[in-house]
Design a binder for this molecule. Structure first.
Ligand SMILES: Nc1ncnc2c1ncn2[C@@H]1O[C@H](COP(=O)(O)OP(=O)(O)OP(=O)(O)O)[C@@H](O)[C@H]1O
Length: 250
């Protein structure tokens, strides 16, 4: 039995994934501390999505170790068990229910099982109402709580989806390209929103938008060819010649 433990919330060591002989991840090692927010950048095909797929159990690594919250071996768990452990993922494309209000979308997420329950059947306790208000405040949609999700702006839909993730109370949030397609103002607000969330949650965010990554003001990991090319502040990685060559300078 594997009894390894780690103080990191997320620990990847020498993780490799091959697709038909091509190594999408090639000895990727990365640790995320509890309470940290980390930005992951890198050129197309660097392995960012594959890394998220490995963490969430969608893809099994061929080699390497993936530990969560001390000693949970994520390579031995399926996607549902990993979600229950406390890893929530937001994909790039919002998948909110357009014909439901903002509040009902959140109610469905708070109720836990979207398929088995309806918003109407969900009994609203005072504690649940408080959580709803707190999430609406965090995602900046208090004033839009009664609007149909389909009528929200693209940015607001992304925030609603982040709220639906928060409703599941994960320990670790994986956020994939949250500001793609957003206006400058929304991009700026999303950086603030993630910083607010990071007060309570550990966050890993994959993004190409350097203005946004700079606004986050957190440690940056640069992936290239399936492994870590550089790590440090945005200023440190921006000055790294290899990073400029393979990514920033293009
Ligand atoms: N299911 C798959 N089958 C075959 N090849 C795959 C599969 N998934 C990913 N790849 C390949 O693995 C490499 C890494 O892809 P990945 O999507 O992880 O990169 P990425 O860093 O997320 O890129 P992007 O910034 O474009 O989203 C790419 O060359 C991709 O074509």
């Amino acid at each position: 039995m594997d009894l390894r433990t780690t103080p990191a919330l997320l620990y990847l060591d020498a993780v490799s994934v091959s697709f038909d002989g091509f190594k999408a991840l090639n000895g990727l090692s990365l640790t995320i501390a509890p309470g940290e927010m980390r930005a992951i950048i890198g050129p197309n095909g660097a392995g960012k999505t594959t890394m998220m797929d490995v963490i969430t159990g969608k893809t099994r690594p061929d080699e390497g170790e993936v530990l969560f919250d001390g000693s949970h071996d994520l390579t031995a768990l399926d996607e549902a068990s990993i979600a229950v452990l406390g890893i929530g993922r937001k994909f790039q494309k919002p998948t909110v229910f357009d014909s439901h209000t903002v509040e009902d979308n959140l109610r469905l997420a708070l109720a836990g099982d979207r398929r088995a329950r309806t918003a109407v059947a969900w009994r609203e306790t005072a504690a649940a109402r408080e959580r709803m208000s707190s999430i609406l405040e965090t995602i900046r949609l208090t004033a839009a709580r009664s609007r149909l999700a389909g009528n929200l702006s693209h940015g607001q839909k992304q925030w609603l989806e982040i709220g639906m993730l928060l409703a599941q109370d994960p320990k670790l949030l994986l956020v994939d390209e949250p500001v793609a397609g957003m206006t400058d103002a929304e991009t700026h607000q999303t950086a603030e929103l993630l910083r607010t969330i990071n007060v309570e949650k550990t966050v890993v965010v994959v993004e190409h938008d350097m203005t946004f990554v700079r606004a986050l003001g957190v440690k940056v990991t640069v992936l290239h060819e399936g492994r870590v090319l550089a790590e440090g502040s945005i200023d440190q990685v921006s000055e790294n010649e290899r990073v400029v060559e393979v990514y920033l300078g293009r």
